[in-house]
Write a protein that binds this ligand. Structure first.
Ligand code: ADP
Ligand code: MG
Length: 742
């Protein structure tokens, strides 16, 4: 061997040592970790549940009577807090928070980034002569003006003015987290435009309350209001933080951009509902404890389908609280995971080839007197009420299903939807066999003898008492009725649920308004109320027929069938964002007062920009990983093979039988793949540059969602193939089989 060659081989051996030790170090650290608990509360959960929340009971202790009354009426009637009272509220809040060790306060809001935002301020104010006091006034409680010029606003704020205000939403209780008093807030522009997820959500709840109360009054004139209930199931992955830190893609994108599937992952369904690994259980118990202290009523925990994938769910509650608590839960889980040297991955598709994660929205409507309007009930009247609400939801789905599916679109969900066990990209509603039969019967009574009135009621009377047992929970449907609620499964695990539920609330509100209008019109024309309602139910069933589907949503025949029915599917997120701007969508969103036209346009711009920026990052990361990790490792192995081939030749001369066939074959494959990968990365850079030159955001998002994504897929294929060929000891990144097993 020549001197140069020998030195080169030495060099590669050093690289080999360095690279292997990097991944191996991470693996060694990961495998040595124990399952220790960190936050242990004594006694039953009920003894410490909600300790860190400023509940009404605590307000009674810390607030004077007039201040307490002001908070309560702000909650029920939305009345503004007078300045004098807000000072008293702030002072009582501070006293309570200080008992829990709080030194700072922050408005906690939900900007359009989809995450939460906070800016902490100390209670401490310097006094005279080097002293200090703790101060918190009503003004600071009610309103903050964070320098929020960097939040995406879709052009709603002039950046030179950059004024956005956060304002306390008194309906959401304040709480103490890690020594900071957190004040749940809305975020609006100087002109009052919504800059966050919460404002449209609150507006949608109001719109739905108004429309649903109108319909509920047909059955009980005493109904004063209708509330929305939401139960959010949260799926997530856990990865050891040493391994996480050894993967630049997990660190920067929250998902792996390359990685060959593990020979065994979820094929045997042995993880789903399996025994929870002890290290994970310790983590779960700790974050649950923290959640209980914050009044989050977590009920369930279990292993999900993919290895290292888990789920938790609280008991459902009123929608605003459910969403706020879900956002808070995600923060708490991240914080607690740090103590356990774990990382929680909320990304929708962290690992290609295994299930992604969703955030299932269990949604129902309840009157102020406690009746679940999506529960079939026992009497004929109950059933008719149920049918009125049910078919109104169906009609909303038939008219605006595409908009609802578009509302879950994000880059993360793009990698998940339509994939393994993820909901299909077309919206359909699963009702179960019992209800389907009832609907058929209602539709078939073309010639009802309305005068007798009895026929109509007897049809309604045929709905069996116990519907929940008859819904067989079709898991392949994106929108399924599960006995007393609908479960919307297309939302991504990292999303703020408000982004989709305000659409759901708005379209159902619009549908219920139409229902009430039609019934009122019939009654005004002299029709009997029951008949008017049943006829409207039947009309809605007819109009919503196309969206009802009981079969397998994963099947290829459903794709064809849904096309035949004229149902639209979201195949490209960049395109789907514009669903918000279609005439029908604008009419329903502005008509219900949920978003103004300006706010819609701003949101679409933010969605597109976020999509492009995230994809830009992913495209860079995959390029860097290929150039800095994959190609060097493959080249190092290629050189070892070359050395081996040269050795064979030295020993065997021209005896072709003995020449290393295997190393030669691998050498050639690797050489081809390295070239192809290097070309692929160059092509990716080129197409990215081309996209970046576009000034129109929509066009840019369009090119990113097609050409850039395609180029990334090609690069990944080569990189993953190389992972299979290169010596395991040389591979620098933790592999799927290592990441996916704690
Ligand atoms: P599964 O995984 O079988 O769907 P889970 O127990 O994980 O069930 O989650 C179901 C969620 O639905 C929980 O948050 C639960 O509180 C919620 N839920 C139950 N009934 C209702 C209802 N009427 N309205 C809204 N959410 C509900
Ligand atoms: Mg569940």
């Amino acid at each position: 061997m020549s001197g140069i060659l020998r030195r080169r081989c030495e060099g590669f051996r050093q690289i080999k040592y360095y690279m292997a030790s990097f991944r191996e170090r991470a693996l060694a650290v990961a495998s040595s970790r124990s399952s220790q608990r960190h936050c242990v509360e004594e006694g039953p959960i009920s003894t410490y549940f909600g300790r860190n929340v400023f509940t009404v009971e605590k307000m009674r202790k810390f607030l004077p009577a007039d201040a307490l009354q002001a908070v309560l009426s702000a909650r029920t009637t939305g009345e503004k807090l007078p300045r004098t009272t807000s000072d008293k509220i702030a002072s009582g809040m501070k006293a309570w928070a200080q008992e829990l060790g709080a030194t700072h306060y922050t408005h906690l809001f939900q900007p359009l980034t989809g995450a939460t935002a906070e800016k902490h301020e100390a209670f401490m104010t310097p006094g005279p002569d080097g002293t200090a006091i703790e101060q918190f006034c009503g003004g600071a409680l009610v309103q903050q003006e964070p320098d929020a010029s960097s939040f995406p606003s879709g052009g709603l704020r002039n950046t030179f003015e950059a004024r956005g205000y956060t304002a306390w939403d008194p309906a959401s209780p304040v709480f103490v987290l890690d020594g900071t008093l957190c004040i749940p807030s809305v975020f609006v522009s100087y002109n009052g435009d919504a800059l966050d997820m919460k404002v449209p959500s609150l507006r949608s709840v109001q719109a739905l309350d108004k429309a649903a109360t109108r319909v509920a009054k047909f059955f009980n004139s005493g109904v004063q209001s209708v509330r929305v209930n939401l139960g959010l199931e949260q799926e997530y992955f856990l990865v050891d933080d040493a391994l996480f830190n050894a993967r630049p893609d997990l660190q920067l994108c929250g998902r792996t951009v390359i990685g060959h599937t593990s020979a065994k992952d979820q094929q045997l369904s042995d993880h789903y509902f399996g025994a929870i690994p002890s290290r994970v259980e310790a983590f779960m118990k700790d974050f649950e404890t923290e959640a209980y202290l914050l009044g989050i009523p977590l009920k369930t925990r279990h292993n999900e389908v993919a290895p290292n994938q888990f789920e938790c769910a609280p008991l459902f509650s009123e929608i605003t609280q459910a969403i706020d608590q879900n956002m808070l839960l995600m923060i708490v889980m991240q914080k607690v995971a740090e103590k356990h040297k774990l990382r929680v991955i909320f990304h929708e598709k962290p690992f290609q080839g295994v299930n992604g994660s969703g955030k299932h929205c269990n949604w129902s409507l309840r009157t102020d007197d406690g009746v679940n309007l999506l529960s079939p009930g026992g009497t004929s009247e109950d059933k008719l009420r149920f049918l009125s609400f049910y078919t109104s939801v169906l009609k909303a789905m038939a008219d605006h299903g595409y908009l609802l599916m578009a509302s879950v679109c994000s880059l993360g969900n793009t990698w998940r939807l339509g994939g393994s066990e993820a909901p299909p990209t077309t919206l359909s509603v699963f009702s179960g066999s019992t209800l389907t039969k009832v609907f058929d019967a209602i539709l078939r009574m073309k010639e009802v003898d309305w005068d007798s009135g009895k026929d109509s009621i007897s049809i309604v009377g045929t709905i069996p008492e116990i519907i929940p047992d008859n819904t067989d929970r079709n898991r392949t449907s994106p929108f399924a009725f599960t006995g007393n609620r609908f479960e919307f499964r297309a939302l991504g695990s990292s999303a703020n649920a408000a982004g989709s539920t305000f659409v759901l609330n708005a379209i159902v509100a619009d549908s219920l308004r139409q229902f009430a209008d039609r019934v009122d019109k019939r009654i005004a024309a002299g029709e009997d109320k029951e008949k008017a309602i049943l006829t409207t139910v039947r009309d809605f069933l007819k109009e919503a027929g196309k969206v009802m589907f009981e079969g397998n949503g994963y099947g290829s025949d459903w794709k064809e069938e849904s096309l035949r029915r004229g149902l639209r599917s979201v195949n490209n997120a960049a395109e789907a964002f514009h669903a918000f701007q279609e005439e029908d969508s604008v009419a329903v969103l502005t008509g219900t007062g949920v978003l103004s036209r300006t706010e819609i346009d701003a949101r679409v711009e933010v969605l597109e920009e976020t999509f492009v920026k995230k994809l830009q990052i992913e495209a860079r990361v995959i390029g860097d990983i290929c150039l800095n990790h994959v190609i060097p490792a493959a080249t190092a192995y290629q050189n070892i093979l070359a050395e081996n081939l040269r050795g064979c030749r030295e020993v065997f001369g021209d005896e072709t039988d003995w020449l290393g066939r295997a190393p030669e074959r691998t050498y050639r494959q690797i050489a081809r793949l390295i070239n192809s990968l290097s070309d692929g990365v160059a092509a990716l850079v080129e197409v990215r540059r081309k996209a970046n030159r576009l000034t129109d955001t929509s066009e840019k998002a369009g090119l990113y969602s097609t050409a850039v994504m395609d180029a990334m897929k090609k690069v990944r294929e080569d990189a993953d193939h190389l992972e299979m060929l290169v010596d395991d000891a040389l591979w620098p990144l933790p592999k799927y089989r290592e990441l996916l097993y704690l």
